[in-house]
Each structure stands twice: as C-alpha cells, then as structure tokens.
Design a protein around this ligand. Structure first.
Ligand SMILES: Cc1cc2nc3c(=O)[nH]c(=O)nc-3n(C[C@H](O)[C@H](O)[C@H](O)COP(=O)(O)O)c2cc1C
Length: 365
C-alpha cells in the first residue's frame, strides 16, 4: 500500500501523486461553473484556476470528451483543437503559479437537454430511461430532460475512443492528468447503476457487465496517456441524478476497485454528499475500496480542517478534496492553514456566465 507509516500525514505537507510532487494534501474538487461560452475555455477561466493554484492538485470542472456529453449550458469540452488551445491558457496559468491540474472528463449522458448540445449531437445513455424533473437551457429556459437513446454496441466503442482522444488532448493541452467522472449520475455511473442500466448485452445485467464500460475506458485511457496520469471519481450509494440504492452495491464497487487497481490508476476519488442531504456513505464501502485499491485514495464531501487532518492521520486516505470553500476563497489553503475567516459563496452565481461570483472573489491578505 502507498500508506507507508513513515510518511507525514500533514494536510499542509507535500505529497506524491504518481510522478508528481504536490505542495500539500489539499485537492480542489471538480466544480462545474458554466463560464465556457461556446464550450471553449477562456482567459477568465485561466484567471479563476490560477487564483486557486495554492491547492496541491486542482481537478477542473466536468469537461466533455464528446459533443454528445455537453448536456449542461456553457460547460467546456476537450474534443477539438479550439478547446485544447483554450485549456492551454488554464494549464499554463496554473503551472506558472506552481500548481498541478487534472481535467475531469464528464460525459453527461442522459443528464442533458438536446438544445444544450451542438447540432448533430445526441442524448445517449445505456438505456432509454429518462430523468424526471427539469434542466436549464440557455435557449429555452427550464425544460424537461431529453429522453435518451440507448447506446448501440458501436456507439459504446465510439464513446470509448472519444475518451481516449480527449485524454490525449488533455496531455497536449498541458494537463498533469485526467480524472474519469464515474460519479454523480453521469454517463459512466449510468452504466454502473442498474436503475439506469437496463441492458441485457455484455454491458448490462450482472455487476461485472455493468462495470465493463468504466473498466474498458480506464484501461484504454491508461494505455494512451499512462496509468500514473489517470484517476477516477466514484460515488457508491450516491443518489444524485436519480442513481439510488441497489442490491450488491458494495460488492460491485469492491470488484471495480480491484480492476482499477490492476490497471494501475493513480487515484480513486470518493464522493460523499451526505453533508448536503444525500444518503450516508457507509464506512464499510470505503474500507472495501481501500483494501482493493493500493494507490492514492482521495476523500471528499463536507470536510473541514480538523476532520481532514483526522482522516489523514488515521491513514484512511492520502488526499482530501474540498469543493465549495474554494469558490469564494481563492486563497483557501492559506486561510485554512492560518485559521482565517472563510468568505461565504453566493449560490446565485454558481452557474452564471461572466466574472461576477467567479474570478472576482478577493484574497484575504
Ligand atoms: C457549484 C458546484 C459544481 C459542482 N460540479 C461538479 C462537477 O463538475 N464534477 C463533480 O464531480 N462534482 C461536482 N461538484 C461536487 C463537488 O466536487 C464536491 O463533491 C461537493 O461540493 C462536496 O464537497 P464540499 O463539501 O467540500 O463542497 C460540484 C459542486 C458544486 C458546489
């Protein structure tokens, strides 16, 4: 295991991640901020991420590997050259300030509205199971989710190749690695969970079959850019986007973690949204994953300084991700270190275009 007993567990001490030296054990969690007009990253986004480069590792907002995965308004992509050029602004700005940055590859799958997609793109999912409720579109305001089409065997292969191309693009754009978003009810988790995956081919039915798509993507991406540059985010017991509980969830994730370990992924990043009202993630599943997966484990969701240091000291994980505190506190790491006051974020500007409530939050100094 990577948990050598002689390694310091100080939240503010340096850490290794694959071949990278991180300046501390604090990860900025991926957060969609919807500032990428035309799905292309821009200089405002470079400013925002550079301001937050005090994190040991930044994981970007969810970024689509495919035109079909751009289900939300103004989320960035990484499937064409213009997007790669835009991301170079971001990675250069972060690296200049001594930070490290992974891009989160998020394909929205059925969590989508067709009017948010470019012309010719489609809302695809493992099965034609539509989400209830509504989604924001810039064109038509709130709309019911689009009925997804069941992915054909060929479309599954295309999606895998899109992840590979996006990962190569990520390296070309200067990213230190990629995080596969297999959490929060997006395409990858739609395959994992039987509530959204009703297939009866080799990608559905048994737990092994439901794990297959994620494992094939992880394998293909690791082969393309290196397993030491490939991480993954998962949310067992997650309920977001109508995932919901199912029988055998722990055994399925235990087996998935064993496969990801075999591929040699650099990290598993676990989501726990119980602090925001989601179901509690039992310690048992964290321990099962910990047992199977020998590289870095990142835990996230509702951490403060004391809780983060305590789980690090107990060697339950190597890195801790913080999300919401980074929004209004670009110098969050320093504020945490010196117990300085944290500014509250304004939720009304979480997903609005422009600098307001985004790159205009000041440092404390
Ligand atoms: C505005 C906002 C956007 C988010 N977008 C993403 C995302 O794109 N991908 C993802 O995996 N999680 C996303 N999350 C979840 C966060 O990464 C994190 O798991 C969550 O905020 C809980 O951590 P915290 O208690 O430290 O904020 C988002 C959260 C917020 C508040």
């Amino acid at each position: 295991m990577s948990t050598q007993t002689n390694v310091s567990t100080d939240l503010f001490g340096s850490a290794r991640l694959g071949n990278l030296n991180l300046q501390n054990r604090i990860v900025m969690a991926p957060m969609t901020r919807s500032r990428a007009i035309g799905n292309v990253p821009n200089s405002t986004m470079a400013d925002y991420y550079a301001q937050r480069a005090g994190a040991g590792l930044i994981v970007t907002e969810g970024t689509s590997p495919s035109p079909n995965g751009l289900g939300y308004s103004r989320i960035p992509g990484i499937f064409n050259q213009e997007q790669v050029e835009g991301w170079k602004l971001v990675t250069n700005a972060v690296h200049k300030k001594g930070g490290k940055i992974f891009v989160q590859l998020m394909h929205t799958g059925r969590a989508s509205h067709v009017s948010n997609l470019p012309i010719g793109a489609e809302v695809l999912a493992p099965s034609p199971v539509v989400l209830s409720g509504q989604i924001w579109t810039d064109a038509e305001g709130m709309q019911p989710y689009t009925q997804p089409k069941e992915m054909s065997a060929e479309q599954i292969q295309t999606a895998i190749s899109e992840y590979v191309r996006a990962s190569k693009n990520a390296i070309a754009a200067g990213f230190d690695g990629v995080e596969l978003h297999a959490a929060n009810g997006y395409l990858l988790e739609q395959f994992l969970n039987p509530n959204s995956n009703r297939r009866n081919d080799s990608y559905g039915g048994s737990a092994d079959n439901r794990n297959r798509f994620v494992i094939e993507i992880a394998k293909a991406v690791a082969a393309a850019i290196g397993s030491e540059k490939t991480g993954i985010r998962i949310s067992p017991y997650g309920a977001f986007n109508e995932m919901g509980a199912f029988d055998g969830v722990e055994e399925q994730y235990e087996s998935l973690a064993a496969s990801l370990n075999e591929i040699g992924l650099v990290y598993v990043h676990m989501v726990d949204h119980s602090s925001q009202g989601a179901p509690e993630v039992p310690e048992s599943v964290v321990l099962k994953i910990r047992k199977q997966f020998k590289n870095t484990l990142i835990l996230s969701g509702g951490y403060d300084k004391a809780k983060a240091q305590s789980v690090l000291d107990d060697r339950k994980c190597e890195l801790i991700a913080f999300g919401r505190p980074f929004i209004a506190n670009p110098d969050f790491v320093d504020r945490l270190k010196y117990d300085a006051e944290l500014s509250p974020a304004d939720p009304t500007t979480f997903y609005t275009p422009g600098e307001k409530g985004y790159s205009d939050y000041p440092n404390l100094n």
